[in-house]
Design a protein around this ligand. Structure first.
Ligand code: FAD
Length: 457
């Protein structure tokens, strides 16, 4: 009887342990379930839905080249998969482990109804298995990474199956277009289409292109104007490429490739955190943050809107927020600056920022997003101290963001390199906002609010 391969954020054929386990054993039914109903489900954001649409189309095409296809259904995973098993006589479901709280719920529910075989391969090491000498999970990145390093390199990637046997009859599949994953009117996805091509082929091409530059990562990764990073994050999030493939493609590059692998380690670390703290996307790990008097009300809401739209009057923040809106991605250095600005300068709850990123990032990832927001806010199990407040204008100069600002804030394009980071009032073009708040006043307000929350404990 056929086997079901249940796909989620593992939309690839190479180094995909579920396909590898069953491709040689008999007929296979690849299934993607759009599940907005499983308990604790967090509805995928708009930019991620755009990506998902194209990634599913790409995977379906790759499957068809191998004699197979992708079955699309909506509903609760366990109900949909049980129905398909009933229709086709499928006896078992193979899938890769996922760690978001809702996917763990779905795995439990599927496991109760069907023979579910879960495989590893979306992380360098299975989250939850990298443990201290005392057998407990790590909370801090650096010792986690040291311990993970002991388990490296990951196993060599598995090849894609040359052929995947179809079942005697295909179960019904919904048309992808019916899922309405793409924006209708207004079509906000033009910038996404220009910036990205979802799917396994492009993921491989990006990886190959980056492998040639990986040795220089340390020197270039913090410069938002350059292209020093891999741009693999949405491909990794959707599993179009595996971290083992990335590791083996770059590990021999020499130079500062170790710094790059450490960033890949953060991706594993984030899952290790959400396995321990499933609510990490919604709850601060440090107790004093429950008492922090975040700003609310009309003035704070207006500031939040200005931040989202890239109209804070701080060029580096505005450039980042506009890059995010246009392309679904923002450079990591600027993510840190923009996130810090929201939390500390505007004193707005980090969860507002986490939600906006969730909706607008093509790489929106429950674990990575929450871990990074809590790191920036200072509320996480491993975090930057709240009282260390980033100065956006200093950061902008230090990381040479003039070209980046010109690209994303065209109103400022005529300013010189020395003026563009912090345009003097008389040089601010009309239409570009004044600074929403002064750095010194913002800093004092943030420190006072944090001090009061700590004092309340
Ligand atoms: P590279 O520098 O080439 O790094 C390679 C890969 O390592 C990335 O593709 C990514 O998978 C992983 N990685 C790198 N840095 C981190 C990190 N700090 N944490 C976790 N993984 C990392 N990354 C996401 O994938 N999804 C998110 O939702 C997300 N939200 C973030 C929110 C904030 C506030 C901040 C400061 C960072 C966030 N990041 C997130 C991390 C990081 O900014 C992106 O992974 C990175 O910018 C992606 O670009 P790249 O692929 O060129 O990265």
């Amino acid at each position: 009887s056929p086997c079901i391969v249940w796909l989620r954020r593992d939309l690839r054929l190479a180094d995909q342990a579920a396909f590898a386990a069953v491709a040689a054993t008999g007929p296979v039914i690849p299934v993607y379930v759009l599940d907005d109903e499983t308990p604790r489900h967090r509805r995928m954001g708009g930019a991620a839905r755009w990506w998902l649409h194209h990634s599913l189309a790409s995977l379906d095409a790759a499957l068809r080249e191998r004699g197979s296809r992708l079955i699309l259904r909506r509903g609760r995973c366990e109900e949909v998969l049980a129905a398909i098993a009933g229709e086709t006589g499928a006896s078992a479901v193979h899938a890769l482990h996922h760690y978001e709280p809702w996917w763990r719920n779905a795995e439990k529910a599927v496991g109760k109804r069907l023979a579910l075989h879960l495989h590893h391969g979306n992380y360098l090491a299975p989250p939850g298995t990298v443990l201290t000498g005392a057998g407990t999970p790590y909370r801090i990145f650096t010792p986690f990474w040291r311990a993970l390093g002991e388990l490296m390199p990951p196993l060599a990637p598995l090849p894609a199956p040359a052929r995947i046997m179809p079942p005697a009859a295909w179960p019904a599949s919904e048309p992808l277009a019916d899922w309405a994953l793409l924006p209708r009117a207004p079509d906000w996805a033009g910038g996404l289409r220009a910036a990205w091509r979802p799917g396994e082929d492009e993921a491989r091409a990006r990886l190959e292109a980056f492998a040639g530059k990986a040795a220089r990562y340390e020197a270039t990764r913090n410069l938002p104007a350059g292209d020093g990073t891999s741009l693999l994050s949405p491909h990794l999030h959707f599993g179009e490429v595996s971290p083992a493939q990335v590791w083996h493609a770059v590990a021999g590059a020499g130079g500062s490739v170790g710094t790059f692998l450490g960033e890949l380690g953060w991706r594993d670390y984030a899952q290790n955190v959400i396995v321990q703290f499933p609510e990490y996307g919604a709850r601060a790990a440090r107790p004093e943050f429950a008492d922090l008097a975040w700003r609310t009300g009309p003035a704070a809401e207006a500031d939040l809107r200005a931040w989202r739209r890239g109209r804070t009057g701080y060029p580096i923040v505005d450039a980042g927020m506009r890059q995010l809106w246009a392309t679904g991605w923002m450079h990591n250095r600027v993510r840190m600056i923009a996130a810090s600005f929201l939390v500390k300068h505007l004193l707005i709850d980090w969860r507002e920022g986490e939600q906006w990123f969730w909706d607008t990032l093509v790489d929106a990832d429950y674990g990575s997003n929450a871990v990074n927001w809590q790191w920036v806010a200072g509320s996480g199990v491993d975090a930057n101290m709240f009282v260390r407040i980033m100065a956006p204008l200093v950061q902008s100069e230090k990381f040479d963001a003039a070209g980046y600002i010109r690209a994303w804030v065209p109103e400022l394009a005529g300013l010189s390199d020395s003026e563009i980071h912090d345009p003097p009032d008389h040089r601010r073009p009309r239409g570009y906002p004044a600074r929403i708040i002064e750095h010194r006043a913002a800093r004092e307000r943030a420190l006072a609010a944090h001090g009061a929350a700590k004092g309340a404990r």
